[in-house]
Design a protein around this ligand. Sequence first.
Ligand SMILES: [Zn+2]
Length: 75
Amino acid sequence: MEIELTQVYTCPRCGLDTPHFVLARRGDRVGVECSQCHTSSLVMRDDLSQHQFLWEEELRQILNSLEDSNPDDER
Ligand SMILES: [Zn+2]
């Protein structure tokens, strides 16, 4: 799976989901750096992909809920 130049990941220092720059890739590990506090983390590529996937899902749901202003939204 392709890894993009920035990935959303939970920064251990910020304690938030922040965009991280991808610094290096070795095997199934990726070195990333928080774009806000510049803390480096070494994460599993699968974890990163999974995190990105969940983040995009959440974003899609937020966008959908913005578009869909129907009050009878079923859950
Ligand atoms: Zn950070």
